[in-house]
Design a protein around this ligand. Structure first.
Ligand code: SF4
Length: 279
């Protein structure tokens, strides 16, 4: 996740090159580098707690974090700091998963990340439903249910009508296999079928279309004999491409194409032809 389309690295750079970065609250105190510039009574590492090998009780941790947040609230780069620390890396982790950053504790930033992940996407703008094709398919669906009838009523081919219907169902936030009446009810809730009479299903059409019938082998004795002769299409002689002479490779130690013809006895050619047999 990025802020305003910026990556974590960009946000970190913006924070680090800010003209007031050197005045940030958690910077080391110039007079005592182990103290914090924003609050000299605090250790310079108060935003991140003691060393991982040192124990820290819950009460002490809360007190330390509260004081670190106080420092952040007076920091001139708090907004940039929070934007960077709460951004999400490509692997899905927070840029700064530990410590107090930008006035927020790690737990608060993790909770915000989880809330953002589970936030429901905004409903699509109603303008996407008002294209000519979607309106035509919606009105056709309101009056008939057979895909071919819907396509004919909408004035488009079946494939386009099916695609538009799937798109409508997706935009309405419904599952793919939703029934026609449920989809129409959702469309009516959004005000997409104002003034359109809805023809309910008559019960003969299942919500889910039946499976495609499989071919059943027909017994041989039930097949009627064909009395008329079968007319085969005329065979068209296709031209045969002769190999080009340039593609006949000359192998060392073998006769070339022209040499082979020169060595064929003329008598054998004549005897194999009707002209030779007559002679
Ligand atoms: S907002 Fe807090 S953590 Fe960030 S730079 Fe300022 S004092 Fe440091």
């Amino acid at each position: 996740m990025t802020v305003a389309g910026k990556s974590t690295e960009q946000l970190r750079r913006e924070w680090a090159i800010h003209p007031y970065f050197k005045y940030r609250g958690c910077a080391p105190d110039p007079d005592d580098p182990l103290r914090m510039a924003g609050d000299p009574s605090l250790h310079v590492g108060a935003h991140h707690g003691p060393d991982a090998f040192l124990p820290e009780g819950q009460v002490e941790r809360r007190a330390r974090e509260a004081r670190a947040v106080e420092v952040c609230l007076n920091c001139p780069v708090m907004v940039q700091c929070d934007a960077y620390a709460s951004s999400v890396r490509p692997d899905g982790r927070l840029a700064e998963p530990e410590g107090v950053w930008g006035g927020r504790r790690a737990l608060e930033r993790h909770k915000a990340l989880i809330r953002a992940r589970h936030a429901t996407p905004a409903a699509p703008n109603d303008r996407v439903f008002h294209t000519v094709q979607k309106q035509a398919v919606l009105r056709a669906l309101a009056s008939c249910w057979d895909p071919f009838e819907v396509a004919a009523a909408a004035g488009m081919d079946v494939r386009t009508a099916n695609w538009q219907r799937s798109s409508l169902v997706r935009l309405l936030g419904l599952p793919k296999d939703v029934s026609r009446m449920r989809a129409l009810a959702a469309a009516r809730e959004r005000g997409l079928l104002e003034g359109v009479d809805l023809v309910p299903d008559d019960g003969s059409v299942p919500a889910i279309p039946p499976p495609t019938p499989t071919k059943v082998p027909v017994p041989a004795d039930t097949v009627e004999e064909v009395s008329e002769p079968v007319v085969l299409p005329e065979v068209i002689a296709l031209p045969v491409r002769r190999p080009r002479r340039s593609r006949v490779r000359v192998m060392p130690g073998q006769l070339s194409f022209d040499d082979a013809l020169a060595f064929v006895p003329v008598q054998s050619l004549l005897s194999s032809s009707p002209l030779g047999a007559a002679a």
